[in-house]
Design a protein around this ligand. Structure first.
Ligand code: OXD
Ligand code: MN
Length: 588
């Protein structure tokens, strides 16, 4: 499909290593996708769902030992260990290649190798970057077809250049003892083996668009962030854009597709989703920060997605979707997951494919079960989604799941302080990653599992970008998850988060006041509109906005420890911010 010698030489090398029976180039045509879908159905890898209720939708089950990203088996392989930094697992590249070559050797024997040329970002745009994924999984091809822009136009746009990310994926034996997700940022290379789970094998997503891209962004002067992008349209038809970072499963997809509360809908407010997971940010010719979503679809967590939490995502799943590890309702050949509705199917298979009794107390869908849906099928997808120039960002928002510490919202005092605020993000772990659930961990800028280089240098890159962006977005922190004594959430969340976003935008336009606290600016409680909110008054908002100095003193101690764990790459500016925080907390 191409005469590009860099591409062809590399494919020959990978072919010699993995020895597939045949090699098939993915041209991205409908006919080819249809033929592969049929093949996957025949092999039992996919099952077709009810064509009337869920047209062009399929269900897939992964191996039971392969249901989430595996951070402990994810490596950044830079020549120098310190370039990967203390937050990443590191292996020497030569050693890693050698180790993995043994695993890849002959791993595609009896299988077909699919060559997927894909573009992260609109093909040919200034933001776009090209990757080629070699895989022995049709499931990967079909998911990549939803999640990225693939096929002939991509390989044509690469021309004879060598500038592409080389991804090699083999399911091999789905052996968890030999599962590796390895990144070689200095070689533009990703090797993934022994997994079939999306986050480990859809190499355009976390592996390229965050880990490799963050490394490229630092070298090239742009940013790859774990951020949703949304636009808020006011009744005058003006749209302002916000990019926001949250750790996995903090309701990021829900926020990205938020439905405004009725009082705002009536006035004519609208929310547009540009992206739900990843933002690539560049300085535009006008000196502002511009963002694109490099993806083309959503790989969303199914459980908890319902008519109330996220009707837009639910609508996007109603056609052209691949469901992974959800409940299969055998009565009408549809799907179900916990939190979809209160009517679990009686005649159904659980995510493992076993007969499932909803009264058994066991979950039917895996907590990290997913839908892979096309962005264009989302009712609130932004008209700017396919704009090659992206959208201008007014505010950057960080957030996490904190029961007590962070107020509902606060604003940093300037860019440097905002970088500090991002660097100290923390949240409780969820089911999106393998390992313990419910443990609080630091997750700076929600990039802990996704930063492709030294975290301290990554903070430094943020500070450098701040010097180059002429019209800086303002930086905020939100926390939807504060709880009362009984452990119940105080803030209603979901669509009502719009009320907080509007304060944020007002601040960006100097339209709202704020109160200075030791940690930054919080709203005057009366500036968070509670009209139409049941049980939430100005007094509730006041409580949500309190900054408990003692809790923050403990927090500051935790930050100090965290910074120490990263070591001397932490920029001195951030140490200065921490000192300032401590001073503010000690002040009477
Ligand atoms: C995801 C994540 O988006 O884990 O899947 O962050
Ligand atoms: Mn994510």
């Amino acid at each position: 499909m191409t005469s590009n010698k860099f591409v062809n030489t590399w494919i020959e090398e990978m072919k010699a290593l993995t020895t597939p029976d045949s090699v098939v180039w993915i041209d991205g045509s409908e006919a080819q996708i249809e033929a592969l879908t049929q093949q996957s159905l025949a092999a039992g890898e996919l099952q077709k769902l009810n064509g009337e209720k869920l047209p062009n939708c399929y269900i897939h089950r992964t191996a039971v030992n392969d249901v989430a990203r595996v951070e402990h088996r994810t490596f950044i392989c830079t020549r120098k260990k310190e370039d990967a930094g203390p937050t990443n697992n590191w292996m020497d590249p030569a050693e890693c290649y050698e180790k993995l070559r043994k695993l890849y050797k002959g791993s595609m024997k009896g299988r077909t190798m699919y060559v997927i040329p894909y573009s992260m970002g609109i093909v040919g745009s200034e933001f776009a970057k090209i990757g080629i994924e070699l895989t022995d999984s049709i499931y990967v091809v079909l998911n990549m077809n939803i999640m990225t822009r693939i096929g002939k136009t991509v390989i044509d746009s690469l021309g004879d250049q060598s500038d592409f990310v080389k991804g090699l994926h083999s399911k091999a034996d789905i052996d968890e003892e030999n599962r590796y997700i390895c990144h070689f940022p200095e070689d533009n290379t990703i090797w993934s083996i022994n997994s079939g789970y999306g986050g480990n094998v859809l190499l355009g997503k976390k592996c390229f668009a965050l880990r490799i891209a963050s490394f490229l962004g630092r070298n090239e002067g742009w940013m790859a962030e774990h951020m949703l992008i949304l636009g808020i349209e006011n009744p005058q038809g003006e749209i302002k854009y916000i990019a926001a970072a949250f750790p996995s499963a903090c309701g990021k997809t829900n926020l990205a597709m938020l439905i405004p509360p009725e009082i705002y809908r009536k006035k004519g407010y609208k929310v547009w989703c540009v992206g739900d997971d990843i933002a690539w940010l560049r300085i535009g010719p006008d000196g502002r920060l511009w963002a694109v979503n490099p993806e083309n679809g959503f790989f969303g967590v199914a459980p908890g997605t319902n008519e109330k939490s996220n009707p837009n995502a639910l609508a996007a799943t109603k056609r052209d979707t691949i469901f992974t590890n959800v409940v299969h309702n055998l009565d009408d050949n549809t799907v179900w997951w916990e939190g979809l509705d209160k009517n679990p199917p009686k005649n159904a298979l659980n995510w493992k494919g076993e007969k499932w009794d909803p009264d058994s107390g066991e979950k039917g869908a895996h907590p990290n079960s997913r839908f892979t849906s096309k962005a264009i099928n989302c009712p609130c997808i932004s008209p700017e989604f396919n704009n090659p120039n992206g959208v201008p960002i007014s505010a950057l928002v960080f957030g996490g799941r904190r029961a007590k510490t962070a107020p509902l919202v606060y604003q940093s005092t300037d860019w440097q302080h905002g970088v500090f605020v991002g660097s100290i993000m923390a949240s409780e772990t969820t089911a999106a990653a393998a390992g313990a659930v419910g443990v609080v961990r630091r997750d700076p800028m929600a990039m802990l599992p996704f930063c492709g280089y030294n975290m301290g240098e990554y903070f430094g890159h943020w500070l450098e970008m701040g010097k180059k962006i002429k019209k800086l977005p303002k930086i905020f922190n939100v926390n939807w998850f504060r709880t009362d004594e009984a452990g119940d959430f105080i803030w209603p969340g979901f669509g009502d988060n719009m009320r907080v976003l509007l304060w944020i935008l007002d601040r960006c336009e100097d339209k709202a006041d704020a109160v200075r606290t030791p940690i930054g600016y919080v709203p005057d409680p009366k500036d968070i509109n509670t009209e139409g909110l049941e049980g939430v008054t100005e007094a509730t908002v006041k409580e949500l906005l309190t900054v408990d100095k003692d809790v923050w003193k403990q927090e500051a101690a935790g930050i100090k420890e965290f910074y120490a764990s990263i070591g001397d790459t932490i920029p001195k500016e951030l140490h200065a911010e921490l000192d300032q925080l401590q001073k503010n907390l000690d002040a009477k």
